[in-house]
Design a binder for this molecule. Structure first.
Ligand SMILES: [Fe+2]
Length: 246
């Protein structure tokens, strides 16, 4: 089983909080910090999935996955831009906001975790079912709960952020079909933000699954190369340089 040491869990948490503080500003930052303070203990230890053969089904797996997708989404954004895609009708702050919160619903509701440890040794050992879904929660998709939690803490978002966050799971989420499969020109997605987020999420999850399959233990923080795209995204760029190096 892939595991993080308590020190790695703590470092990842600090990395996440610094990234938030350096990317956002004003009242939105204050409200985000209130939400992250509220969830600190639970979020730091949350897994990213319940099954070991999915991805990051270990304590600290959620934060690790969020850092992972946020790192990849910036690389993929630059790759799309270098290859001629239109990437100037949304900005990096929007991209990072959606990446950071696309799986927020996996933390649970205001009082209970989404994943609880599986008490059946047999299922853990033979089927890799490390966590169970908490049956005390009202049913919501992970994405719906993410959006609900953000509104609960008064965190506003742009239309691009809303669409990006909502569509990060791509066509794996059936409810997203009408956004991705459009038969009329007017209904086509008007920016590439959702495609880039989905690509980054798929890549992060697959790499995490590979790390588990290989039994990797020494997981290094990802390295990111950034190019300044606009003044608006300079703070986000700087945050990445500070966190992941040049
Ligand atoms: Fe994800």
């Amino acid at each position: 089983m892939k595991e993080l040491t308590p020190q790695q869990i703590q470092e990842n948490w600090e990395k996440l909080r610094s990234l938030i503080n350096e990317t956002f500003a004003g009242k939105r930052l204050d409200d985000l910090n209130k939400m992250y303070d509220y969830f600190e203990e639970r979020m730091m230890l949350a897994p990213a999935s319940g099954k070991e053969h999915f991805h990051n089904a270990h304590p600290g797996g959620y934060v690790e996955h969020v850092l992972h997708i946020t790192d990849l989404v910036v690389q993929i954004y630059d790759l799309w831009g270098r290859n001629g895609a239109t990437i100037d009708n949304f900005d990096k702050e929007e991209l990072i906001f959606a990446a950071l919160h696309h799986d927020l619903g996996k933390v649970g509701d205001l009082s209970e975790d989404y994943y609880t440890p599986n008490d059946s040794d047999w299922h853990r050992k033979n089927q890799g079912l490390i966590y169970k879904h908490n049956s005390n929660l009202k049913y919501m998709t992970v994405t719906d709960r993410a959006l609900w939690l953000l509104q609960h803490f008064g965190v506003p978002m742009t239309e691009n952020e809303y669409l990006g966050l909502k569509l990060t799971d791509g066509m794996y989420e059936e409810a997203n079909k009408s956004y991705y499969v459009s038969y009329s020109k007017d209904r086509q997605l008007k920016t590439n933000i959702a495609y880039i987020l989905h690509q980054a999420d798929m890549m992060a999850s697959k790499i995490e699954n590979d790390q588990w399959a290989r039994g990797d233990h020494d997981i290094k923080a990802p390295k990111v190369e950034l190019k300044e795209k606009s003044e608006q995204s300079a703070a986000a760029n700087q945050a990445f340089k500070d966190l992941f190096g040049e």
